[in-house]
Design a protein around this ligand. Structure first.
Ligand SMILES: [Zn+2]
Length: 576
């Protein structure tokens, strides 16, 4: 199992790779050899249907792995020449093997914590919402904060926001701060509001809204920057809670065939927990972390630059926010929301004032740090492109790989600018089939036609990186592939696809989720395709997603997941 891959073994393995790369003799006599002096593979997966995502050799039957790297890809006969007496043989039984999925945008510890938190995402009525919170609170230790939840009022009728009065009676002993699934709004109970000192007299903070009732009293719903008022009194998770959350998240990732994650808004406590798990040989996913840009000085002072670290754990990116979300009506648009007079959304506090945002961006750029900026509404995206353009104009061209996270609602004129500035669109296709249920009512047909416009991005030569924003959407890549290929909204109203001209082919979608995401973290020469020299991160699937009806993609499950040639998940293994 993966946990037995100790750091010492890992270092020894790297020494072998380094030695072989230099043409030096392989020091490990115990390994066994084939042919003259070539070492035998540690692992061969044969009788597979491999889609490599390497355009030079798209299809193959077998792959050989030495240490944590791929050494051969080809026909069964070719690859069998790497077989030695101790080579582990895995018969794929003709199933589809792909590069491991790289989720370019997750909140990993939140995702892990959400697996064991109160489950509200599927709730379809206020009554059920209150019942689930009551059940959860009845078993929660007194005084402990009730968090996560990921509720979505658009699944209820009428789709009104919940209020503190709805939940106060069932949560007498616990402060509550449960997230809306988009992460841009939360619902607090009266106890939590009192702890934070939020009253009718508290002004809305810049970039945030305290939702109020007709008499001016806070309803408990807090949007964007207003959620920070609560975070000041909410205790951060302790190291044991973080570790538990990350271990749950690691299990979920391995089970879903996700071998790399890019952790947005990474908290330093999580970085410490990752480092500890790596040390123990338990970090069964590769992590690239992007702390908030407010902390730019920390990384700038270290002077390490982007994508620094070992392929298992790297830092060197920063997360900035330009606006909120469509669902919370805080995404920032040039024109008002179609269903709310006068509201154009908000620029996030990171953007206020804009001159300061530009200075931080320039500081990050000068320190060679990558910047990933959340921008959803057309005006927010335009603002970020303006900032990016200004820094580039000042500092000159270089390989920056700036990203816009979500890039949801584009102005027609901005696709071309996106391409010219070489900005990466880090997108979450599942949101298209989720928000597609109600987005058109909120922003109208014209703006909706440039929503999650994956095909238009590709036509302009913009690079795509796929992700989920887990726990905003499920971590399961099959759902994301299904969404990108079908654009069939979750409510069943668009079986042929919501704005079907924006659908991608399954091959384009897989590429965005593997090599596209790898490029977005400066790792395209290390991973993202099954080819010799790359890390042996691979996933074996129950169905051939390249050759089944698109609607069936979401019913596919993972048979085995390999990380650096180590099997980190096996569907046939008994659960611990
Ligand atoms: Zn996010």
């Amino acid at each position: 199992m993966f946990c037995k891959l100790t750091a010492a073994v890992f270092i020894a393995a790297m020494a072998v790779i380094a030695a072989s790369a230099l043409g030096a003799p392989i020091p490990n006599a115990a390994r066994g050899a084939v042919g003259n002096s070539r070492p035998a593979a540690d692992l061969i997966i044969h009788d597979a249907h491999i889609w490599t995502v390497n355009p030079k050799q798209p299809e193959a039957d077998a792959v050989a792995v030495l240490n944590d790297r791929i050494v051969a890809v080809g026909s069964d006969a070719d690859v069998m020449r790497w077989r030695g007496p101790r080579t582990r043989m895995v018969d794929a039984l003709g199933k589809r093997l792909l590069p491991g999925f790289n989720d370019a945008h997750v909140h990993f510890s939140d995702g892990g914590a959400s697996l064991s938190a109160v489950q509200l995402t599927q709730v379809t009525s206020l009554k059920e919402f209150v019942r689930r919170i009551a059940d959860y609170a009845a078993h929660a230790p007194k005084g402990e904060w009730i968090r996560n939840g990921e509720w979505d009022e658009t699944k209820w009728s009428p789709a009104n926001l919940p209020t503190r009065q709805d939940i106060d009676a069932v949560t007498p002993d616990n402060p509550v701060a449960i997230d809306r699934y988009d992460g841009h709004m939360l619902l607090a109970n009266s106890k939590a509001l009192a702890l934070a000192g939020i009253t009718s007299q508290t002004p809305d903070p810049p970039g945030g809204v305290i939702v109020r009732d007709a008499s001016g009293q806070p309803t408990g719903a807090l949007k964007d920057a207003a959620t920070e008022l609560l975070q000041k009194v909410e205790p951060p998770p302790n190291p044991a809670q973080r570790r538990r959350a990350l271990l749950s998240a690691l299990h979920e990732a391995a089970m879903r065939g996700v071998t790399s994650v890019q952790d947005m808004s990474l908290d330093y406590g999580d970085l410490a927990a990752y480092s500890q798990l790596l040390d123990e040989g338990k970090l069964s996913v590769r992590v690239y972390g992007a702390p908030l840009i407010a902390r730019v000085e920390d990384q700038a002072q270290l002077g390490l630059g982007r994508a620094f670290g070992d392929p298992s754990l790297r830092i060197g990116a920063l997360k900035m926010f330009a606006d909120g979300s469509l669902g919370s009506r805080t995404a920032y648009f040039t024109e008002p929301y179609s269903d709310e007079q006068g509201n154009r959304g908000l620029l996030f506090s990171d953007m206020l004032p804009l001159i300061k945002a530009g200075q931080r961006l320039a500081r990050a750029d000068a320190a060679n740090l990558q910047v990933c900026t959340h921008a959803i509404g057309d005006a927010a995206i335009k603002t970020v492109l303006d900032l990016y353009q200004a820094v580039e104009k000042n500092a000159g061209p270089k390989d920056r790989r700036w990203r816009i996270e979500h890039a949801q609602h584009m102005a027609a004129a901005d696709f071309e600018r996106f391409a010219q500035l070489h900005v990466i669109a880090s997108v979450q296709p599942y949101q298209a089939i989720d928000d597609g249920r109600w987005a058109e009512a909120r922003i109208g047909h014209d703006r909706a036609s440039r929503t999650y416009a994956f095909r238009t991005f590709m036509q302009h030569g913009v690079r795509l990186a796929f992700g989920t924003d887990w726990p905003v959407a499920p971590l399961d890549p099959m759902l994301t592939l299904y969404a990108a290929v079908t654009r069939a909204t979750l409510d069943g109203k668009y079986p042929q696809g919501w704005f079907p001209e924006q659908k991608l082919s399954i091959r384009e979608a897989i590429a965005a989720y593997t090599i596209g995401s790898a490029y977005a973290e400066f790792q395209e020469s290390e991973k993202g395709s099954i080819e010799p020299g790359k890390l042996a991160d691979m996933v074996l699937l129950s169905q051939d997603v390249l050759n089944i009806a698109p609607a069936a993609i979401r019913d596919t499950h993972v048979v085995k997941t390999f990380l650096g040639g180590v099997e980190v998940y096996d569907a046939a293994a008994p659960r611990e």
